[in-house]
Design a protein around this ligand. Structure first.
Ligand code: UD1
Length: 314
């Protein structure tokens, strides 16, 4: 039985990962509940929940001096690109300072650690137009979110090379699935869309706001595939000090996404068009050869993932 720490562990990705590991391992979750919820976590004697922020040095020091962890997943973050444009200073504290602080605390207190996995983002590639994005592609971060993720990711990898701390970083493409909070205007687009479909099916008045013309595209990856990739990366020795894209290798335009769900549900989602968001990337698509090299195989296309999500949510 391993000891696993998941920061942001009550959020969408973190809670799915915590529930997955809690079947066989002891999981400690730290979350400030800004987007996450304790109700996302299974009721399990193997999950210990701590409410607090990863920016709280005292709290993090206490947790990391109390317990020797085998694995740490640092997922706590302001997850929205647009939110980071609205709140650059807070984003920096949460998305960068917390990582640096965690690395130092791990260096001093976690001699038994097998792996620290840091959640970076496809946003680091920015708007350089060459697709698909390989890990070695040009990096052109456009927003506070992307700049902090890239800087933090660099430190994470550097701590392996300089201090032998066992680290890996992952660049998430657009992760979706059950438990993604739709409540904020900065939530992931599929969670917002699903919320609007739910209202539509309940015969409530609703509109989905499309920022731009709907031709922007993303590599949407289903949460179960993300858990598969994270587990492989955390437990493989060849991933030490490395960075991995996590996506599907297929992209879809937002308007096409709406058509798929419209057809599936036999409805027509009312759309209001608005200006593109500042810092928004037009197209994003992952090259996943590197993570496939350690045995990753996405089990969901956007169609099958959406079907599963829709049948779970609606
Ligand atoms: C997303 C993730 C980010 C991750 C990145 C990796 C979220 C909130 N963001 O950023 O954590 O690191 O992928 O690529 O999960 N849109 C609308 N209407 C809406 C909301 C969004 O049209 O109501 C549009 C946006 O303008 C954008 C697209 O949908 O063009 C995707 O937006 P969003 O889901 O916020 O994701 P990313 O910015 O790609």
């Amino acid at each position: 039985m391993n000891n696993i720490l998941i920061t942001g562990g009550a959020g969408f990705i973190g809670s799915t990962l915590a529930n997955f590991y809690s079947k066989d391992h002891k999981v400690t979750v730290i979350d400030d509940l800004s987007m996450g919820s304790v109700s996302n976590l299974d009721t399990s004697a193997n999950i210990q929940f701590i409410e607090g922020s990863v920016t709280d040095y005292r709290l993090m020091e206490e947790v990391l001096t109390d317990t020797q962890f085998d694995y740490i997943f640092h997922l706590a973050a302001i997850a929205s690109v647009a939110d980071s444009v609205a709140r650059p200073l807070e984003t920096h504290q949460i998305n960068f300072d917390s990582v640096f602080q965690l690395l130092e605390l791990v260096k001093c207190n976690q001699a038994e650690l097998k792996r620290l996995v840091f959640a970076s983002s496809a946003a680091v590639y920015g708007d350089e137009p060459t697709l698909p994005k390989q890990e070695e592609s040009v990096i052109r971060p456009l927003t506070p979110y992307a700049i902090d993720k890239f800087a933090a990711e660099k430190y994470v990898v550097d701590y392996f090379h300089l201090y032998d701390i066992p680290t890996s970083a992952v660049r998430f493409f657009n992760v979706y699935g059950p438990k993604q909070n739709p409540e904020s205007p900065y939530s992931g687009v599929i969670s917002i869309m699903m919320d609007r479909y739910k209202k539509l099916l309940n015969k409530e008045n609703t509109t989905f706001t499309m920022f731009g013309d709907g031709t922007q595209s993303r590599d949407f990856v289903f949460i179960d595939d993300v858990v598969q990739a994270l587990n492989l990366i955390a437990t493989s020795s060849e991933t030490l000090g490395e960075v991995y894209n996590i996506g599907t290798g297929e992209a879809i335009e937002l308007s096409e996404l709406v058509s798929i769900v419209d057809d599936f549900l036999g409805v027509s989602l009312p759309i209001r068009y608005d200006n593109e968001r500042p810092g928004d990337i037009k197209h994003s698509l992952a090259d996943i050869s590197k993570v496939k090299g350690i045995g990753y195989q996405p089990n969901y296309t956007v169609k099958t993932g959406l079907e599963k999500y829709v049948s779970y949510e609606l």
